[in-house]
Design a protein around this ligand. Structure first.
Ligand code: FE
Ligand code: FE
Ligand code: ZN
Length: 277
């Protein structure tokens, strides 16, 4: 089990690795560019190489690069789709300097075109940008299903991945807040939810987990993250996820409403829980 949190990338790559280590983490997540904008900073290859060496030395697990929120691969307007295509291909190219990176993507919002059309548009764009030489694995995140979000069920994610030619480069990131809000009861029936995931997607598709408590109740389709133990899922259930034997080896990333000190506390808290009986 690798445990970490979302970090700000403004100070560069090696700085993120060092900060993660200070917080007690052995993985982390960062935005590839301004989450609400688009432009990416010029990338310093030496800084990236320094991070790669640092992570190897410290025994870090795979890191997660999160695509910006403004990227909607199943939008209606051409210019939004063009932006999605551009960002995806640029980000994937930049991630070639970070071997084994996981690139996490929200499958998008169909904005009234219907889920079926949305799934097809998203698969089309991924097919366009994904090339056989890609070193990153593209993860589709499980969504809470607010508004017209697609990827609100394991079945919808399976339908997208089923349309992707280079599907060996595809995986899923399970967000505990999102699946709970989406109606999967990981609080009372984690085994059942994992069995469902395995049945619809195959558990080997699961490459990363976002560990968040939820402010809202099961099936609320809201997507409001809470600190660990301060939401409707609770510490015990989240510790069961983090320490689940079938999920051993995955990176677990906190995206709770915290400053770095709060993340350090939550990382320590989850590590202390140990394997759950
Ligand atoms: Fe996300
Ligand atoms: Fe998430
Ligand atoms: Zn969320």
């Amino acid at each position: 089990m690798f445990l970490g949190c979302h970090l700000s990338s403004t100070k560069g790559f090696l700085a993120m690795g060092r900060q993660a280590l200070e917080l007690g983490a052995d993985t982390f997540q960062f935005f590839t560019r301004n989450p609400r904008g688009g432009s990416a900073k010029a990338l310093d290859p030496r800084d990236l190489a320094a991070l790669v060496a640092f992570m190897a030395e410290k025994g870090f697990g795979p890191v997660v690069a999160h695509a910006p929120y403004t990227l909607n691969p199943c939008a209606k307007e051409k210019k939004t789709l063009d932006f999605a295509r551009l960002v995806l291909s640029e980000d994937l190219e930049r991630l070639r300097g970070l071997p084994g990176a996981l690139y996490n993507l929200h499958p998008g919002s169909h904005v009234g075109q219907g889920a079926q059309a949305g799934l097809e548009l998203t698969a089309d764009i991924v097919n366009e940008v994904l090339s056989p030489g890609e070193t990153a694995t593209v993860l589709l995140e499980t969504m809470a299903g607010k508004g017209t979000e697609i990827g609100r069920s394991f079945g919808e994610l399976a339908r997208i991945i089923g349309k992707i030619r280079l599907d060996s480069k595809m995986g899923v990131c399970l967000d505990t807040c999102h699946v709970f809000d989406g109606g999967y009861d990981i609080k009372n029936d984690l085994e059942g939810v994992l069995a469902k995931f395995d049945q619809e997607l195959g558990l080997s598709r699961l490459k990363a987990v976002h560990v968040n408590d939820s402010l809202n109740s099961l099936d609320s389709h809201k997507d409001r993250h809470a600190k660990i133990g301060q939401g409707q899922i609770g510490l015990e259930a989240l510790a069961r996820v983090v320490w689940h034997p079938r999920l051993a080896g995955l990176p677990f990333i906190l995206e709770t409403p915290n400053e770095p000190e709060g993340y350090a506390q939550e990382i320590a808290l989850l590590r202390r829980q140990g394997p759950q009986s």
